[in-house]
Design a protein around this ligand. Structure first.
Ligand code: IPE
Ligand code: IPE
Ligand code: MG
Length: 246
């Protein structure tokens, strides 16, 4: 049985999140500029999105640009924003052909106007799609998201819409950018770094973490399958004992 079919015999993660890292190092290895790595990274995005849809993964969230990434050299930020616009224009067809709905999380108002416009156009055009939700984390930082959540809930408490005593996990979930998404089941990070870099801190509370040394532009369907197979081998106990589960 090939990897894909063996994956389909076991329970699938409902939500996969990926920290797509290593574009710069990949380019450097080829003696090229960082931008070349980012361009090649888009091929891995396409492969991953298609592979997840084919497998029947319901939610895929990709970390594309962090709040901290604004501190990179101006030219690199500009290149990344340009690449976003061109990828959105180019891949709308892939999304439509595969019945994929696009969504976005992050401080989206801080994105350049062109990116914002293109992003919301694709979100609008794909909103009826049902096979998978692809969420792009753009100008996303988990701490910023939590601060925003606390502000929104505080205002509602002040206006007597929510009482402080009733604040619970579900109220917090409803105010996060990820309000419509289930918790992350599997978090993948490429490039060998073993850190979270301010991604989905609340939502990964019980996610399985998978780190691979593969650099993002080298990441293929096969690597995704390997990550899911590893996930399927893990026993998710959620605090219980192994005996309780069986
Ligand atoms: C990930 O690759 C892409 C973004 C963060 C936008 P990097 O650009 O971080 O590549 P490395 O980590 O420097 O190799
Ligand atoms: C995290 O990667 C952000 C994205 C993948 C978009 P970084 O390369 O920016 O993270 P650090 O700086 O290594 O933690
Ligand atoms: Mg990096």
């Amino acid at each position: 049985m090939d990897l894909k079919n063996s994956i389909l015999t076991k329970s699938l993660p409902k939500h996969i999140a990926i920290i797509m890292d290593g574009n710069g190092r990949w380019a450097k290895q080829q003696g090229m500029l960082r931008a070349f790595g980012h361009e090649n990274g888009t091929k891995s995005v396409k492969q991953t999105v298609e592979a997840c849809a084919e497998l029947g993964i319901e939610n895929l969230t990709l970390y594309a640009f962090s709040t901290e990434n604004w501190n990179r050299p101006k030219l690199e930020v500009k290149t990344l924003m340009k690449l976003l616009v061109s990828s959105l224009k180019k891949e709308i067809k892939t999304l439509q052909d595969n019945n994929i709905k696009l969504s976005a999380i992050g401080s989206l108002n801080t994105l350049p106007e062109k990116v914002h416009k293109e992003l919301f156009e694709v979100i609008e055009r794909t909103k009826q799609n049902t096979r998978m939700t692809l969420t792009l984390a753009l100008s996303y930082g988990s701490r910023e998201e939590i601060i925003n959540t606390v502000k929104e809930i505080s205002i509602k408490v002040k206006n007597n819409i929510i009482s402080a005593e009733n604040i619970d996990e579900s109220i917090i979930n409803e105010h996060l950018y990820t309000q419509n998404l289930p918790d992350v089941d599997l978090l993948i990070r490429t490039s060998g770094e073993q850190r979270i870099s301010n991604f989905l801190l609340w939502q990964i509370a019980y996610a399985e973490l998978y780190f691979t040394s593969v650099l993002w532009p080298d990441f293929t369907k096969q690597h995704l399958y390997e990550a899911i197979i590893e996930y399927q081998k893990r026993e998710r106990r959620f605090g219980k004992t192994s005996e309780q589960l069986s």
